[in-house]
Write a protein that binds this ligand. Structure first.
Ligand code: SF4
Ligand code: F3S
Ligand code: FES
Length: 240
C-alpha cells in the first residue's frame, strides 16, 4: 500500500512559521504503526525530522501526537485503523496542542510536568509502619478504588486534547487530576487534604466542563472524566 504522510514541520532556527512536509511511502503494511512510518521518513528521506519516541510499545508515553486530528500514541496506532480514501491513504500528523513546539513534533512538556508535580504524585504517610515489619495492608476493595488511575503513563494525550486547557494553560488538566485521584483514593495515603487544596483551587477540577475528549484520547483506556468526577465529588461532599 502507498501512504502519503503530511507532517507539520517547524525548525525555530530556520522557519518563521510552521509548514507541511509531504512524504510518500510505498510498501506500507496495514499492520505498520504510524511510528514505523515516521521512522522510515526520518531514516530514509529526511533525517532532520524530530520526534520523541522510545519503547515503541505504548509504555513510555513519549510519542503522543495528533494523528488525523485526534490525539494518540504513534506506536499504538496501526495504519489499518485509519481511514482510507481510494487506493492511497493520507495521514496527517501534528504536534499535540496547547504546549510550545520546540521542533517539529516535539513540544515543551515542562508546563505539563509542573502541573503534575503540583499534585504531589507520591505516597505520603508519616505514621510509623506496622510494628510487625509487614507492609501497610489494604483490602482488595480499597485497592480497586484507584486501580484505573494507576495505569497512567503521563503521555499528555488527555490534557492536550482538552479545550479548557487550550483556553487556559494554567488549568492543571486531566492528567494531573488522574494522578491526584490515584493517591487521594488510596486508603494508606495521608496527603489527601493537601492535594485537594491544589485540585480544588481556581485552576483545578472546576475548570473541567465534562467535554470527555480526555477519556476518548487516553491510550490506556483510563476513565479520565469519571476520575475527575470522583475528585469533584470529594470536594463537594468532603467524603472520600
Ligand atoms: Fe496519557 Fe491517559 Fe495518563 Fe492522560 S490519563 S496522561 S491520556 S495515560
Ligand atoms: Fe477537559 Fe476532559 Fe474535562 S476534555 S473539560 S478535562 S472531561
Ligand atoms: Fe513509548 Fe510510544 S514510544 S509509548
Amino acid at each position: 500500500m502507498q501512504v502519503n504522510l503530511r507532517i507539520r514541520r517547524f525548525n525555530p532556527e530556520k522557519d518563521t512559521k510552521a509548514w507541511w512536509g509531504e512524504y510518500t511511502l510505498s510498501d506500507v503494511h496495514p499492520t505498520d504503526t504510524v511510528l514505523d512510518l515516521l521512522n522510515r521518513v526520518k531514516w530514509e528521506i529526511d533525517g532532520t525530522l524530530s520526534l520523541r519516541r522510545s519503547c515503541a510499545h505504548g509504555v513510555c508515553g513519549s510519542d503522543a501526537m495528533r494523528i488525523n486530528e485526534v490525539n494518540a500514541l504513534a506506536c499504538k496506532t496501526l495504519v489499518q485503523r485509519l481511514e482510507k480514501k481510494g487506493d492511497t491513504m493520507t495521514i496527517q500528523i501534528e504536534p499535540i496542542l496547547g504546549l510550545r513546539v520546540i521542533k517539529d513534533l516535539i513540544v515543551d512538556m515542562e508546563p505539563f510536568m509542573e502541573h503534575y508535580r503540583a499534585v504531589m504524585p507520591y505516597f505520603i504517610n508519616d505514621s510509623p509502619p506496622p510494628a510487625d515489619g509487614r507492609e501497610r495492608l489494604q483490602s482488595q476493595e480499597d485497592r480497586a478504588r484507584f486501580d484505573d488511575t494507576t495505569k497512567c503513563i503521563l503521555c499528555a494525550c488527555c490534557t492536550t486534547s482538552c479545550p479548557s486547557f487550550w483556553a487556559n494553560g494554567k488549568y492543571i488538566g486531566p492528567a494531573s487530576i488522574v494522578q491526584a485521584h490515584r493517591f487521594i483514593f488510596d486508603s494508606r495515603d495521608e496527603g489527601a487534604a493537601e492535594r485537594l487544596k491544589v485540585v480544588g483551587d481556581t485552576f483545578g477540577v472546576w475548570r473541567c466542563r465534562t467535554i470527555f475528549n480526555c477519556t476518548n484520547a487516553c491510550p490506556r483506556d483510563i476513565e479520565v472524566t469519571k476520575a475527575i468526577a470522583e475528585v469533584k465529588g470529594v470536594l463537594a461532599t468532603g467524603e472520600i
